[in-house]
Design a protein around this ligand. Structure first.
Ligand SMILES: [Zn+2]
Length: 314
């Protein structure tokens, strides 16, 4: 059996640079692209294996140690015929390594699953929605086959990552009446499998965005409508949000804070009764901000009138 030094045709004390130079020379001679003979293929494999060990400081050190032990053993075994264990062990290790590379190359491997959160609104959770999402699917690099190196150099196709990532847009259909944190499975939309292995799955975790103004409790929809003090006093149109979109309600003059209004059949659709439930609109009166001098003046005026009115009454 040839040693790695013999395979690369370099002396045992060769420097890394010398080994690298010699390795490149041999690669140019035996690469399958330039030399299609069966022998060349075998040689190409063995020079790669030899370079892998000799160009790695740690691997080279343990290889040299192993060789020293073996050589000593051989010297002994010429006097002692029963001592053959190291040579067997070496063969066995080689076989195991061979098996490992073979398995690594040929066993079909399922692609990894992808998990992705998708945020939806309360309305979308009730009504269902189609969302276009961007995913990054990974697959093994077709050039270096995941080894990160090709022709003893960093693979240029995958930039030495061993895998490539493809961006894709996928339409996810979220069914109506979905609950928060529901996991939807899209079969085969995960990372690509290797060696004919199945693709992984894509899991969508549905996150319903918290909307403080629009909430649902026990099938009834609640909406908080923020209105100005003058709208509360004068009454009039107020924009509200329902599951089905925006709507306008008319509130009476002198509407109080926290007063509520019922919107019949503006809520959740009930499969059994085939009717929509109600929505309760709760009135929140907001203090206006960023008032102009004129507005402040008018509020002062209002206060003045009000205090005159109170004094007159007492
Ligand atoms: Zn590559």
């Amino acid at each position: 059996m040839k040693s790695y030094y013999e395979i690369l045709n370099v002396p045992q004390n060769a420097t890394k640079a010398q080994i690298k130079k010699q390795f490149r020379k041999l690669v140019r001679m035996y690469h399958p692209d330039v030399n299609s003979s069966v022998e060349a293929e075998e040689i190409f494999k063995s020079i790669n294996k030899a370079a892998e060990v000799l160009l790695d400081d740690e691997k080279r050190k343990s290889y040299d140690n192993l060789r020293n032990i073996q050589n000593n053993n051989f010297k002994q075994s010429s006097n002692n015929s029963s001592n053959y264990s190291f040579s067997d062990l070496f063969k066995y290790t080689k076989y195991q390594n061979y098996k490992k590379t073979k398995e690594k190359k040929e066993t079909p491997k399922k692609g990894k699953d992808i998990y992705l959160d998708v945020n939806i609104t309360v309305q979308e959770a009730i009504l269902g929605v189609s969302k276009i999402i961007n995913i990054a699917q990974s697959s093994i690099c077709p050039k270096c086959k995941g080894h990160k190196f090709a022709n003893s150099q960093k693979c240029s196709y995958c930039n030495g990552c061993g895998e490539i990532t493809k961006a894709r847009k996928i339409t996810v259909k979220i069914p109506p009446s979905i609950k928060n944190n529901t996991k939807l499975r899209l079969k085969g939309e995960g990372d690509f499998g290797q060696n004919g292995g199945e693709n992984g799955n894509l899991y969508i975790i549905v996150k319903i965005e918290n909307n403080e103004d629009l909430t649902i409790k026990d099938g009834i929809v609640y909406y908080s409508a923020q209105i100005s003090p003058y709208r509360a006093v004068l009454g009039g149109n107020v924009k509200v949000l329902t599951l089905w979109g925006e709507a306008v309600i008319k509130i009476p003059p002198l509407t109080k804070a926290n007063q509520s209004f019922k919107l019949i059949e503006a809520g959740v659709y009930n499969e059994k009764t085939r009717k929509k439930g109600d929505e309760i609109v709760n009135i929140i009166i907001q203090t206006p901000q960023n008032l102009t001098d004129e507005e402040f003046y008018l509020y002062e005026k209002l206060e003045e009138i009000n205090s005159k009115k109170t004094n007159a009454a007492t």
